[in-house]
Design a protein around this ligand. Structure first.
Ligand SMILES: [Zn+2]
Length: 360
């Protein structure tokens, strides 16, 4: 009985010793593992801390901060997460063009005339397909044209003013709703603004812009101009009616939009000296006619040369009407029509009205 107990105790002790040795061995292995893990983590942390410090500014540096589109054809704005780029040297910005003093009198400023955007069911040449319009606006942007206000053009002609290298004025006659719904967002995309010549009686009627929509354009930097009250041939009207069409229309438009109305566009591009006198008397500082050149001057301040853009024109024909050409790489390649020669006709000379505003 005693022997059996001693044998049992010995076996029990030996068994426990082995278990304790196993546990101690396990603890030692765990200690080594923890030390090893600590070493690995500290190495990783050191390495990662160096990357994260520079990673945030790198992403910022690759974002194109310019509100306009990139001027490099085919260039991509894919952010590169290379941690070796210095942020201060990689921010791309559009250089400010140097404005140069021009005038007084003769200055070169192309003025484009549009009417409405869309597809005409009757082949009306004044409907511009939106995709063609966008090509044209993109080309103006890519060739670094800068929109100037009519007021600045008048200042350059009358007393001289600083103008950007490639000034342009983009106008729309009649106040069609597509100017607001289609042209406005496309032009906004390319950083361009326009001038809308509004027919007083059309404003707010079906298919034409409302005063609230015009106010929105004004808030976005667009200009308001008058295109008469009812869009009739002004040369055929009685003097009192001419006055209403030209003088009253300006007041009505100014009240409706809350913006100053500085220039006038003759309906159908038709005027005579009587009409011109009322335009001057009404306080307009300039008036838009039609024409084929970008040459503006004192002689045609009340018949500024405007190039009518038609729906059938492809991008090459459009480009041929611009006085300054840019990189042809920006031209879309799927336009097989040959480039016509740009026609430049002499500027018609009209009566230069005196600065006094006596009633005609
Ligand atoms: Zn019109």
């Amino acid at each position: 009985m005693v022997e059996w107990r001693q044998v049992s105790i010995c076996r029990f002790t030996a068994l426990n010793r082995r278990r304790i040795e196993t546990i101690i061995l396990f603890i030692n292995q765990m200690k080594q593992l923890i030390i090893l893990l600590t070493l690995v983590i500290s190495i990783l942390l050191t390495a990662c801390s160096g990357t994260t410090i520079v990673a945030a500014p790198i992403v910022t540096a690759e974002i194109d901060l310019s509100p306009t589109l990139t001027k490099t054809p085919g260039a991509t704005s894919t952010p590169i997460s290379t941690p070796t780029v210095t942020p201060t040297n990689t921010i791309t910005s559009t250089p400010t063009p140097t404005w140069v003093a021009q005038g007084p009198d003769a200055v070169v400023v192309p003025i484009l005339l549009y009417h409405r955007l869309g597809t005409s069911p009757t082949n009306n040449p004044y409907y511009i397909p939106p995709e063609k319009f966008e090509e044209q606006m993109k080309l103006l942007h890519d060739w670094e044209y800068t929109v100037i206000p009519v007021e600045l053009l008048v200042k350059a002609i009358t007393e001289g003013a600083d103008l950007p290298p490639r000034p342009v004025i983009i106008t729309f006659d009649d106040g069609d709703i597509s100017v607001y719904t289609t042209a406005f967002p496309i032009m906004q995309k390319y950083g361009l603004t326009g001038v809308t010549y509004i027919v007083g009686n059309y404003m707010g009627t079906e298919g034409y812009m409302s005063p609230d929509q015009l106010k929105e354009l004004v808030a976005a930097g667009w200009e308001m101009g008058s295109h008469s009250r009812s869009h009739r041939n002004l040369t055929k009207l009685e003097s009192a009616v001419q006055r209403m069409e030209i003088v009253q229309a300006r007041k009505v438009l100014q009240e409706a939009t809350g913006d100053q109305v500085l220039s006038f566009a003759y309906p159908f591009g038709i005027m005579n000296s009587g009409v011109g006198s009322y335009v001057h008397f009404a306080g307009y500082v300039a008036a838009m006619g039609l024409g084929f050149t970008p040459d503006q001057g004192k002689n045609n301040l009340f018949w500024l040369q405007r190039r009518d853009i038609k729906g059938e024109y492809d991008i090459k024909r459009f480009a041929s009407y611009l006085p300054w050409q840019g990189d042809p790489g920006f031209m879309p390649t799927d336009t097989p029509t040959p480039t016509p020669t740009a026609s430049r006709t002499p500027i018609p000379t009209y009566t230069l009205f005196s600065t006094s505003t006596t009633q005609p």
